[in-house]
Design a protein around this ligand. Structure first.
Ligand SMILES: NC(=O)c1ccc[n+]([C@@H]2O[C@H](COP(=O)([O-])OP(=O)(O)OC[C@H]3O[C@@H](n4cnc5c(N)ncnc54)[C@H](O)[C@@H]3O)[C@@H](O)[C@H]2O)c1
Length: 389
């Protein structure tokens, strides 16, 4: 592989610029081009961020022989088609989650990724926090004993009011599931990563708190507050869930439950979980990412502050600063990029080599969980997670 890997980014709303920033911190990868919905928008951001090339149509970027890797940072309904075209153009692909709109589509993407032999990743970045690597090492070393229970939640408040609006609310753009696919997917990926166990059965209850929302005439980027200041709006029906609670069974018989909500005032981006093992418990909240609560029965509980000197050897490479120099959300994305681009730089092959980041296989499994959760809610019963292939 070349010394400098050249990258194109499609979609530059909320997450696209976060990818660009993270890539730039690596040093051996260059953001060569961006593609947006319209040339003017692409050129304006390219100029602001000193990116050499701007495209108003992502297909032109896919024809650019200088580009080695393409990131898909567009809304959900475009993931399947664009990911497919990226692979057909012979480029490596890093897609945002959810990988597709359903598990049939994601199965096809996984099959094509194997067929084309390209490197494929999905930005499940929460598993890339240094503390998540440490927890996975603690579990692997048997420090918690047998992990029996896994429970937690992912809560946000940016869709609390019926005047809050975003493309994620529309089923044909965001998908049939919203809170589960958008944030529950991160929760499931993270707990499966730290426990090393897959979710195999689900029983869910979903609810749309605001079945009618007031759609502003002008909609800003994700998480922007423009909507609340805008007085011109139209009522629209919303069928995707604002809230969901899901009972889960993991493959080793351990059990758990999680709640997702995008209408929980005061909870900005609170992905949290607790593992209860036969010896110890741990609790983590991504809003305080450098802290891990460790629970004991026969001695006082502890609080571990992220510190390479206190981490397991296997977790040391995931933390880049001394203790107390807290690494957060942007750093988790940097860690995602570091794993993905080191894999490419070292010329590794996703068909044979172990990846240190979430791939289309994980993205597809995540879609299978979402499909099972939707089915469980509709049928009011336990559903087995089926892996379509
Ligand atoms: N991993 C994470 O933590 C995380 C966080 C936020 C969003 N996401 C995911 O990232 C994706 C984008 O979300 P967002 O919040 O950035 O949305 P956004 O609406 O803020 O940005 C999407 C961008 O895509 C552009 N776009 C739309 N169609 C396009 C096309 N045909 N060609 C090029 N650009 C096009 C839009 O103009 C917009 O700039 C979603 O799938 C979401 O699930 C992931």
């Amino acid at each position: 592989m070349k010394d400098i890997i050249k990258v194109g980014i499609i979609g530059t709303g909320f997450i696209g610029p976060a990818h660009i920033e993270a890539i730039r911190r690596l040093g051996f990868v260059r953001v060569e081009a961006i593609a947006e919905h319209g040339l003017e928008r692409a050129q304006s951001l390219a100029e602001k961020l000193s990116i050499p090339k701007a495209y108003g149509d992502y297909r032109e970027m896919l024809n650019d022989p200088d580009i080695d890797v393409v990131h898909n940072c567009t809304p959900n309904h475009l993931h399947y088609g664009i990911n497919k075209e990226i692979m057909q153009a012979g480029k490596h692909v890093l897609s945002e989650k959810p990988l597709a709109m359903n598990s049939e589509e994601s199965a096809e993407l996984l099959r094509l990724a194997k067929q084309y032999g390209i490197v494929h990743g999905v930005n499940f970045n929460y598993r890339k926090y240094p503390m998540m690597k440490q927890v996975s090492e603690m579990v692997k070393h048997g420090e918690l004993g047998k992990v029996n229970l896994v429970h937690g939640s992912y809560q946000q408040d940016w869709l609390l009011y019926d005047t809050d609006f975003n493309w994620r609310l529309a089923k044909d753009v965001g998908g049939k599931s919203r809170a589960i696919a958008d944030i529950g997917s991160h929760w499931c990926d993270t707990v499966q990563y730290v426990t090393g166990k897959k979710i195999v059965e689900v029983f869910s209850d979903l609810w749309t708190v605001h079945p009618i929302r007031k759609k502003p005439m002008a909609i800003g980027a994700t998480y922007s507050r423009e909507s609340q200041n805008n007085i011109d709006y139209e009522p629209v029906e919303v069928s995707t869930e604002d809230y969901g609670s899901v009972l889960i069974h993991l493959e080793d018989g351990s059990r758990g439950v999680f709640t997702v909500s995008q209408v929980s005032a005061g909870r900005k981006n609170r992905l949290s979980f607790e593992l209860n093992g036969s010896q110890k418990s741990v609790f983590w909240d991504q809003e305080e990412p450098g802290q891990l609560w460790i629970g004991h029965r026969d001695q006082p509980n502890q609080r571990l502050t992220a510190d390479p000197a206190l981490f397991h050897d296997g977790a040391k490479s995931s933390i880049h600063h001394p203790g107390g120099h807290t690494e957060g959300w942007p750093d988790s994305i940097k860690n995602m990029m570091l794993g993905f681009y080191t894999f490419i730089r070292e010329g590794k092959n996703p068909l044979h080599d172990i990846t240190d980041f979430a791939t289309f296989k994980d993205g597809h499994f995540s879609m299978c969980i979402t499909d099972a959760i939707l089915q469980s809610h509709e049928q009011k019963k336990w559903v087995t997670v089926q892996q379509h292939s």
